[in-house]
Design a protein around this ligand. Sequence first.
Ligand SMILES: Cc1cc2nc3c(=O)[nH]c(=O)nc-3n(C[C@H](O)[C@H](O)[C@H](O)COP(=O)(O)OP(=O)(O)OC[C@H]3O[C@@H](n4cnc5c(N)ncnc54)[C@H](O)[C@@H]3O)c2cc1C
Length: 479
Amino acid sequence: MTVSVAETVDVAIVGGGITGLAAAWAAHKRGLRVQVLEARGTVGGKIRSEHKDGYLIEWGPNSFLGSATAIWQLVEELNLQGEVITGAPPGDRFIFRNRLARRLPSGPGDFFKNNDFMTLSGKLRMMCEPFVFGDARETDSLLDFARRRLGPEAAQYLVAPFVSGIYAGDAEQLGARDAFPQLWQWEHESGSVVMGALLSSGKKAKPQTPKRRGMFNFKNGLGTLPFAIAAALPAGSVRTATAVDEVTGNADRTWTLRCHATKDEAATSEVRARHVILAAPPQISARTLPQDPALTPVREALDGVQLCRVAVVHFGGADKTQVAPKGFGMLIPPGEGLRTLGILFPSSVFAGRAPAGHYLHSGFLGGARDPDAAELPDDTLLSLVQRAQEQAFPQTAGDALGLDFSQVIRWRDAIPQYRVGHRERMTLARETLHRAMPGVTLAGNYLDGISINDSAASGIAAVERLFPENNLVTTRRSA
Ligand SMILES: Cc1cc2nc3c(=O)[nH]c(=O)nc-3n(C[C@H](O)[C@H](O)[C@H](O)COP(=O)(O)OP(=O)(O)OC[C@H]3O[C@@H](n4cnc5c(N)ncnc54)[C@H](O)[C@@H]3O)c2cc1C
C-alpha cells in the first residue's frame, strides 16, 4: 500500500543525522515547511549517546571544539547552553613510540623540554618548516606534504597517527589539499605553513564572540543536540523508520520521494517537495537518483567515496589505585606493532562518563589501513585494546585496573576518506546534479569536512544555496 503525503513541503531532507537536522532547522528558521526522512528508528546518525551500567558512552563522535561555530549557533538557538560541559584541562595527549606512551608537548615552550616523543634531530627538522622550499602540488598526498614540510620523523610519528585519530585514514591515500585544505593553501600561497598561518592571523578580523578553547560535550552526551533539534521542529517534521528509495521529478517542477518503512518494506509512502536535500551517506544518495545518463558522473563520484569501517571499544571499571592515565588520549602510529589506532580517556575529560572511582576508556580499531580489524570478535577487540593500553602505560598492567563494563560499536560507513582529488570530484558531482535536477542538492560529511561542525555547516549551506532569498528571515541570536 502506498500512502501519499497530501501537501507539498518546501524542502524534503533525506537523512536525519546532524547534516540533515541542521538543514531542517535552518529551513524552519526561514519560515519553510520541512520534512526530514530518516531510515533508522531514531535521529542523530553517527551521533548517539547511551547511558549503560552507570557509564555514558558515545557511539560515534565524542566532542566538539570551541571553534565549532555552526554547533555553537545551534546550542544558542536551541537554548542548550546550560547542557554544555567543558573538557577538563590540561588534557595531556600521548603518542605511542618504542613500546611506551610519550607525552606530546603542550605548547612551543615545552617542545624541547621533558619529552621524548621525537628525537632531537626530528624536532630540529620540524623547526626548519618556514625555511623549506614551498612546492605545494594538487596531487600531494598528506604523507608527501608532511614529509616535505616537517620531515620524515614528524610525518610518521605526528601526522600519520593524527590522521588515524581524525579520519581513521591512511596518510598515503588522503590528499593534502583535500583533507587539510587550509594547511595546503598556506604552503601554496606563502611557501610555508607557519608563514601562511602567521600572515592569515594578521589579516583576520577580531572575532566578535569570546574565544572558546578546548573540547566540549553535553551533560548527557552529544545525542542531546540531534534530539533537541528534532524536538524544536514543528510536530510531524521528522519521520523516522522511513527510508527514501528514489527521488523523481514531476512536470510541475516538484519532486516525489518514494519511501518504505524500514520495519515493513511493503509499507511504502510518497512525499512531494519543491526542493530536496540529500543528506544521507554518498552511496545511498547516489542510489536515490533517477537512472538518467546525465547523472552518471554524480553517481560515479558518490559511489567512489571510500567510507572506512571502524570499531569503537568502550571499556571501564574501578580505578582503586588511581593508575588510569589522565588526559585526552593516546594515538598509535602505524608500524609500532599494535592494531589499535588510539585510545581516548573520556572519563578523564568529561564529568559523568563513569561511576565515581571508575574510568571509561574508548579504543578505536579498523580504519582505512586495517579495515578487517573492525570485524574481529568483541573479545578479541577488547583484548587488543587492553594490551595496547598495558604496553603504553605499564602501571595499568595485570589487575591494576578493574573491568566491569565493555561494549563494542561497529560502523561500516564510519568516516569518508578525502583521497587525492576528492574535492574536485565532489564539486563536479554537485554542479552536475544542480544542472540535471535543479532544486535538489547534496549535503554531508563527505563534502566540506568530516566533523560534526562541518556536517552541520554543510546542511545549513545547502539551505542557503536553495533559498538564498530567504536569508533575511534568519533569527540568529548573538552569544
Ligand atoms: C567513531 C566516530 C568518531 C567520530 N568522532 C568525532 C568527533 O569526536 N568529533 C567530530 O566532530 N566528529 C566526529 N566524527 C565524525 C562525525 O560524527 C560525522 O562525520 C557526522 O556525525 C556525520 O553526520 P551526517 O549527518 O553527515 O551523516 P550521518 O550521521 O551518517 O547521517 C546520515 C543519516 O542518513 C540516514 N539514512 C541512510 N540511508 C537513508 C535513506 N535511504 N533514507 C533516509 N535516511 C537515510 C542514516 O540512517 C543516518 O541517520 C566521528 C565519527 C565516527 C564514526
